[in-house]
Write a protein that binds this ligand. Structure first.
Ligand code: WTA
Length: 668
């Protein structure tokens, strides 16, 4: 931890930075790191794609693959075809001989409840839950939709589904009933999983309510909803009706004590899970992830980027309901046989030192969080972490660009100047890290995501698809020019959408040559002169609100459903703490007048359609939205207004006075 002269040290670091902008990784870190041979970069260049075998060899396979990559049918790339394995076996069973008594999951619940789940216990729970799934009729390849918060039942259910070859589709607990129902329908799930409730800031939240409602509104509701309980029994506020499809997990478990279910042998290309995510339309898409390539990618990056050792206590503060939690709380860390921490509660309850209290209590070695969280900790001040005795070796961020100021604060006040700090860029669709430093091999550069992971080939293109000269320092569209093992297989049930959203923009879609296929990330980035990559942010209608991915179109369609609303447009406003927050601009129908009541209905509709986390920062009623002559809403101008920046090009506007009028209202 930082000692009392930390302010001076901070000053010294800043002056060092202005000299050279880089910081060497701490010697102590380098001495023990998992990736210490810089030849790895050249090897992956020269032996691409075969070098990815090094990733796959970190796993236990039943049958070894025939080939590393089959790229004969782009963009439907196949990784490690011919290989067979089971993800639950890799995350659990294979560790038993060496570490059955070692803690796999350290669960810190709210309300003082904690659980220490050893690998042997995890094995038992996963097997029993797999038996429960079988009992209610889940077959291989059936998709099980889950709506679970941060409780052990979540990783247990994911691994149990993986064990019997049933892809899971976990819906972040903060999502609404509507979002849950939409995902059940899209995946065609006959079996869903939920829980009676959970705790947030001391209060019991009835979570089953959302499932009740989802059952009403889904087009084809599941036949069975497996219901976990947060406590020993069903919470007193929660009940089950006599003809409800709910089945208490505990009741089925009664007969399944000690059950063992053989892990099903899965082809490398068999689907492991779906993760629905926001895109450029109102309808979330199910990013479909394969078993072999995905597991290889997240295991290797957990080892080489997060530098996880089995003996470590590792804590990623994300929610398992998002991709970060899937890859870097569950699959990566557990495949390496480490101890992974799961925290149910909020970082400021019951006090603002909660995070550091947990880090001290469990002696956490590696801490992974979001820039939003770092900015929040920074705002609360360094006196809070200073009260706790923790000692991190490795710190990471993910989800948004991290400003150098926040980076430095994290490095100094949380890392104490002797932990390595690593920024990781990737996406739901990429499965695992794509741009991030192997921390012992590259100097740290605050504000930059670093170098590509070995074997990853990014490029920057202009809007016409021409490559911008490498390392020229110019911003453009970030693309990935070669496939990678963790990439999504497709958009579930919609290959066209997969091609349209990710490939069409910069690929020759009529070609069979994989070189003509280029993955569009949707982010803007700069390849700097020193070879480091800096991510600027999304170029499409996707926002990152406090680490939650949201589509502007989803918000707009929720707003448009409110009676009285004529049109709505969403603009992302930069927020010091939350990264980006949505501002909503609305025009009303004739006869409807701006009122608090309509504003409330708009917010309610968003909460019902998406979830509370999507609540807008502002709802502005305007006479007219800025539109081009052809009638297209120019959200970019609204974004300029929200952020109080100079207006971009207004020449193509039908009525050029519109943005100024709106600006007056917003910034009066
Ligand atoms: C953003 C989260 C800057 C980016 C893993 C990306 C980042 C989107 C970074 C994906 C980073 C993620 N620096 N921006 N290190 N990491 N992003 O799907 O805009 O929830 O496209 O996956 O988050 O968000 P998603």
């Amino acid at each position: 931890m930082a000692d009392d002269d930390s302010t001076d040290a901070g000053g010294a670091i800043e002056s060092r930075l202005t000299e050279q902008e880089y910081l060497r990784p701490p010697t102590e870190f380098v001495g023990q790191a998992n990736a210490t041979d810089s030849a790895i970069y050249d090897r992956f260049d020269e032996e691409w794609p075969d070098a990815f075998e090094e990733f796959a060899e970190l796993l236990d396979w039943e049958e070894r693959w025939d080939r590393v990559l089959d790229d004969s049918n782009p963009p439907f790339f196949e990784w490690f075809p011919g290989g067979t394995l089971n993800a639950s076996y890799n995350a659990v069973d294979r560790h038993l001989p060496e570490r059955k008594d070692q803690t796999a999951i350290l669960w810190e619940g709210e309300h003082g409840k904690t659980e220490r789940i050893a690998y042997q216990d995890l094995y038992r729970r996963v097997n029993e839950m797999a038996a429960v799934f079988r009992e209610v009729g889940v077959l291989e390849d059936d998709i099980v939709t889950m709506h679970l918060p941060m409780v052990p039942a979540l990783p247990v259910s994911m691994l149990a589904a993986a064990r019997i070859g049933a892809p899971h589709s976990e819906v972040f607990g903060g999502f609404s009933a509507q979002a849950f129902a939409d995902r059940i329908d899209d995946a065609g799930s006959d079996v869903a999983v939920t829980i009676d409730g959970y705790y947030r800031r001391g209060e019991f939240l009835n979570h089953k309510e959302k499932a009740d409602k989802a059952l009403e509104i889904a087009d084809s509701p599941p036949d069975t909803v497996l219901l976990f309980t947060r406590g020993d029994d069903l919470h007193e506020d929660v009940s089950i009706g006599s003809d409800d499809p709910y089945v208490l997990v505990d009741d089925v478990l009664e007969d399944k004590r000690g059950a063992e279910v053989d892990p099903v042998s899965r082809d490398a290309e068999d689907t492991l899970f779906l993760m629905y995510t926001s895109g450029t339309t109102g309808q979330p898409k199910g990013a479909q992830h394969r078993t072999g390539g995905y597991l290889a990618h997240v295991t290797a990056t957990s080892k080489y980027v997060l530098d996880i050792e089995p003996s470590d206590t590792y804590w990623c503060s994300a929610d398992i309901g998002w991709i970060t939690g899937h890859s870097y709380i569950v699959y990566g860390p557990l495949s390496l046989g480490t101890t992974t921490v799961m925290y149910e509660g909020a970082p400021d309850f019951p006090h603002k030192g909660r995070t550091w209290e947990i880090a001290e209590k469990y002696d956490v070695d590696i801490f992974h969080t979001s820039p939003t969280a770092v900015r929040m900790f920074m705002k609360w001040g360094e006196d809070i972490p200073r009260q706790y005795d923790f000692d991190f070796r490795h710190l990471t961020t993910v989800g948004e660009p991290i400003q150098p100021e926040a980076w430095l604060w994290y490095y100094e006040h949380i890392g104490g100047g002797d932990a390595v700090v690593v920024d990781t860029w990737w996406q739901t669709e990429t499965g695992g890290h794509l741009i991030t430093n192997l921390p012992a091999l590259k100097d740290m550069k605050p504000g930059s995501a670093g170098y590509p992971v070995p074997g990853i080939e990014p490029a920057i293109l202009d809007d016409e698809g021409n490559e911008i000269e490498p390392a020229s320092g110019q911003a453009g569209n970030l693309v990935i020019t070669k496939p990678w093992p963790g990439m999504l297989q497709t958009v579930y049930g919609n290959d066209d959408r997969y091609i349209n959203e990710y490939w069409r923009a910069f690929s020759d879609t009529s070609s069979d040559d994989p070189k003509d296929w280029v993955y569009k990330a949707g982010d803007g980035a700069v390849h700097e002169r020193d070879g480091y990559w800096r991510i600027v942010g999304r170029l499409d209608g996707v926002m990152n609100v406090a680490g939650h991915r949201l589509g502007t179109m989803e918000l707009e369609s929720a707003v448009s459903e409110v009676s009285g609303v004529a049109e709505a447009a969403v603009a992302g406003r930069e927020d010091e703490e939350r990264g980006t927050v949505p501002d909503i601009y609305v025009t009303l129908r004739d006869g409807a007048d701006p009122s608090q009541e309509i504003r409330d209905r708009i917010v309610t509709s968003i909460v019902e359609e998406i979830g509370k986390f999507a609540r807008p920062a502002n709802v502005w009623f305007v006479d007219e939205l800025p539109k081009t002559r052809s009638g297209k809403i120019m959200r970019r101008l609204l974004e300029d207004i929200s952020n109080d920046e100079q207006l971009g090009n207004t020449r193509t506007l039908r009525d050029p006075s519109v943005p100024d009028n709106i600006r007056q209202m917003v910034h009066e």
